[in-house]
Design a binder for this molecule. Structure first.
Ligand code: PLP
Length: 414
């Protein structure tokens, strides 16, 4: 309560924004993930890895837009690409010269995506991937995992689906439990899984678990869908390249759109060819903004000029090093840092969680205290304790973050 009062006292303009917005947006909110009591910050500006709030406070942004902000706030290459696209006119009412090259750039990175299609969000990509899987297999059952988040209509916290979820026949299993593969049978259209449980706590899926799913899907002719909306940043070819597991379909989103609204789904040629309008019986997938030039241009420039394979190695090495420093700081304490490379999360648990139920055992008060305390020290992490590094985060920012966590821990010891 005291920490919330201090926060409210420091942020009167953010409170004003929140209250004014609530006249048109439910609870002043159009992105549930950003809400936290007593009210979230209003952010007025960003530059590189820094953001400023409505009350003039400056923060190092380690939220990284939940992995979508990989390029930072104002990467010059992306700015130039978007400006060129704007100068050429938006809403061109036809196929553009950028969508083909962008799709080809993604395909080179993710060879399992033999053919792909663009959408406007990760939610839409997963929605279409599941619809495609049920159509392709003629089956209805979909295996998903507790803590899995694939978009606001595909969310599985607490072992069940959320009220807004799509009406598939979902079976919810425990993440990282190889026995979950036994639930895949001849009625299963798809297994939808994040190779690292992202919003469920940055919990890596073990190779054993994910390989068991691969084998089970192959055996029963159901489609294995890797949701790489977050994990596509972990290497040039995403988590599937690191694991050497080829899913049947992959969904991507977030950073790959260069900071613009983006999603894509793709995979096996025989599955994706159903969308080929030159073939008899093709299925339709229109979408006004699927090929919008701002996303296509920013995404293409980002993948080909900025987030090169070498840049991906460097960013994720920075994340691994930072996670190790935090692990050293918290050694012996009931605090654990899980994740891979440039995405990780802090958990106030007795042991490192391996699934969502274990992560949910964390002390929520400590999580909130860390979040509010770091804000006061000028470091913004996600409310749930997640960090997603951007390319703009350098050594000095990592040092400041480690010092802030160290100071937080020291204050609690007193
Ligand atoms: N899949 C995963 C793994 C995600 O983390 C998210 C977003 O957080 C989504 C899908 C949904 O993407 P979007 O927010 O672009 O709809």
């Amino acid at each position: 309560a005291q920490a919330r009062r201090r926060y409210a006292g420091r942020n009167p303009r953010s409170r004003e924004r929140f209250e004014a917005a609530a006249t048109a947006l439910p609870g002043g909110n159009t992105r549930t993930v950003l809400y936290h009591p007593p009210f979230p910050l209003g952010i007025v500006r960003g530059d590189g890895c820094r953001i400023w709030d409505a009350d003039g406070h400056e923060y190092i942004n380690l939220v990284g837009e939940y992995t979508a902000g990989l390029y930072g706030h104002s990467h010059p290459v992306l700015l130039a690409a978007v400006r060129r696209a704007l100068d050429g006119g938006v809403n061109l009412s036809g196929h553009t010269m950028v969508e083909g090259p962008f799709a080809a750039a993604i395909q080179r990175r993710f060879p399992s995506m033999e053919l792909l299609r663009f959408t406007n969000s990760g939610t839409e990509a997963n929605t279409l991937a599941l619809a495609t899987a049920t159509l392709h297999t003629g089956r209805r059952k979909v295996l998903v995992f507790d803590g899995g988040y694939h978009g606001s209509v595909l969310s599985f916290h607490g072992g069940r689906g959320d009220p807004l979820n799509l009406p598939h026949e979902f079976v919810v299993a425990t993440y990282n439990d190889p026995a979950a593969a036994d639930l895949v049978d001849d009625d299963t259209a798809a297994v939808l899984v994040e190779p690292v449980l992202g919003s469920g706590g940055c919990i890596p899926g073990t190779a054993e678990f994910l390989s068991a799913l691969r084998r089970a899907a192959t055996r029963s002719h159901s489609l294995l869908i890797f949701d790489e909306v977050m994990t596509s940043r972990l290497s040039a070819g995403g988590r599937q390249a690191q694991l050497g597991i080829a899913p049947d379909l992959t969904t991507i989103g977030k950073y790959i759109g260069g900071g613009m609204s983006f999603g894509a789904f793709g995979g096996r040629r025989d599955v994706m060819e159903r969308f080929d309008p030159t073939r008899p019986g093709a299925v339709a997938h229109p979408g006004t903004f699927n090929n919008n030039v701002l996303t296509m241009s920013a995404g293409l420039a980002g993948l080909t000029e900025v987030y090169t394979p070498e840049a991906a190695v460097a960013l994720n090495a920075r994340g691994d090093a930072l996670r190790e420093r935090l692990a050293a700081l918290t050694a012996g304490l009931p605090v654990h840092v899980t994740g891979i490379g440039s995405m990780f999360a802090v958990h106030f648990t007795a042991r490192p969680p391996t699934n969502a139920a274990e992560a949910d055992r964390a002390d929520p008060r400590l999580g909130e205290l860390l979040f509010l305390d770091l804000l006061e020290r000028g470091v913004h992490v996600a409310r749930r304790g997640m960090v997603a590094l951007s390319l703009a985060v350098g050594d000095a920012e990592c040092d400041r973050f480690v010092a802030a966590v160290e100071a937080f821990l020291a204050d609690r010891r007193d």
